[in-house]
Design a protein around this ligand. Structure first.
Ligand code: B12
Ligand code: SF4
Ligand code: SF4
Length: 297
């Protein structure tokens, strides 16, 4: 028996996925060394990307933390919006889809790791999601989908099965950083460059794409809570311009988490993702009085 792209999409949907798209390998031709799909799965022909939306009721826990001082609710984001459920769900579904493809076609299929609590980062999932037509890069460097803005997480399956690629996203603009800039303004650690300043320039499927220069070291101060200001027990980092070595040392100093499955909690921020207006933010959070919002510059 043989299956086609529609069968795979229907299977992904039956596994609870909100989004599924397919790219060929050519669109990812400019990947970093070692990250091209064919360097992970020799003979790879198709890159399947699945996506799960993050629940409004989970994102609103971030608003309670950022707007009402309820840091104790951040665990909801950690469990249901980040490392535990979405990552595990995506991990299981990537595995199921890979098995489905191998069982039905005999082609090889490799599920990739989705993020914290799974092992390693083989491929750039963000770039793969854009190549598969699920959305576009927002200025903050996350993938915005028309349906959910950045409030989705993705998983990738590589396969030697040849599938027809989906068109890349051509719909209405989802991000206008010149007028918006909410992500840069919201970021508490100053990790995101301002529109017009230093930024990344990449090419996917021949399309030029620009997004902000993200200082991962600064982002990790917020995400891991490496200072008291960001929910840390201690000031594990004492400089506002940390190097990777400073971050590595700081994380090593942190006690092993006793409250969750992660060795060190990494759900302390997510502010850029929570406040981005793309994906009908107003309808989901402003009209429902779940958030006061942050005004554009
Ligand atoms: C590690 C990691 C982190 C670390 C980063 C630490 C570090 N020093 O790298 C930390 C903890 C800080 C982090 C933070 C966040 N993360 Co994170 N993270 C990852 C993870 C697991 C790996 C990133 C990685 O190393 N990728 C490998 C490198 C090679 O890829 P890259 O950085 O994406 O791309 C670079 C190059 O490939 C290059 N490039 C240049 N030209 C080209 C051309 C092509 C064609 C390609 C392919 C690439 C490419 O461009 C990039 C910049 O150098 C990814 C999952 C994944 N595998 O992608 C999630 C992921 C990027 N994270 C995600 C999220 C949601 C977050 C947070 C919001 C979490 C939070 N704090 O709440 C923040 C986002 C902040 C922001 N504005 O971006 C999601 C994004 C979903 C989306 N909507 O886009 C991902 C995709 C996980 C998932 N399964 O969905 N993250
Ligand atoms: S997750 Fe937080 S610290 Fe990291 S870029 Fe987004 S707002 Fe900034
Ligand atoms: S907050 Fe505004 S500028 Fe930033 S990614 Fe979202 S839409 Fe773009």
């Amino acid at each position: 028996m043989s299956i086609n792209k529609d069968d795979i999409k229907a299977f992904a949907k039956s596994c609870g996925m909100h989004l599924c798209g397919v790219s060929d390998v050519d669109r990812l031709a400019t990947s970093d060394k070692g990250r091209h799909p064919c360097e992970i799965l020799p003979g790879c022909k198709s890159v399947i990307v699945i996506g799960a939306k993050l629940l409004d009721g989970v994102i609103q826990a971030n608003f309670r933390a950022f707007e009402d001082g309820r840091r104790d609710l951040k665990g909801l984001y950690g469990t249901y919006g980040y490392a535990t459920l979405p990552n595990f769900e995506l991990t299981y579904v990537c595995y199921s889809i890979a098995r489905y493809i191998e069982d039905e076609t005999g082609a090889a299929a490799t599920p990739c790791s989705t993020g914290p609590m799974t092992n390693g980062a083989q491929i750039s999932i963000r770039h793969a999601a854009v190549a598969a037509g699920l959305g576009v890069f927002g200025w903050m460097g996350l993938v915005l989908t028309p349906e959910f803005g950045p409030r989705n997480r993705f998983g990738v399956i590589l396969t030697t099965l040849e599938l027809e690629p989906d068109p890349m996203y051509e719909g209405p603009a989802l991000c206008n950083p010149e007028k918006c800039g909410i992500c840069t303004k919201a970021c508490p650690t100053g990790a995101l460059s301002k529109y017009g300043d230093e930024h990344y320039h990449v090419e996917i499927g021949g399309k030029p794409i620009d997004y902000c220069r993200l200082d991962w070291n600064k982002c990790q101060i917020g995400t891991y809570g490496l200072t008291k200001e960001f929910n840390g027990r201690e000031d594990y980092v004492t400089t506002s311009e940390p190097t990777s070595a400073d971050i590595f040392e700081a994380i090593a100093k942190m006690p092993v988490s006793v409250s969750g499955l992660q060795h060190t909690d990494s759900h302390n921020c997510g502010k850029c993702l929570s406040y981005c207006p793309a994906g009908k933010w107003g309808e989901h959070f402003k009209k429902t009085n779940l958030s006061k919002g942050i005004s554009a510059e």
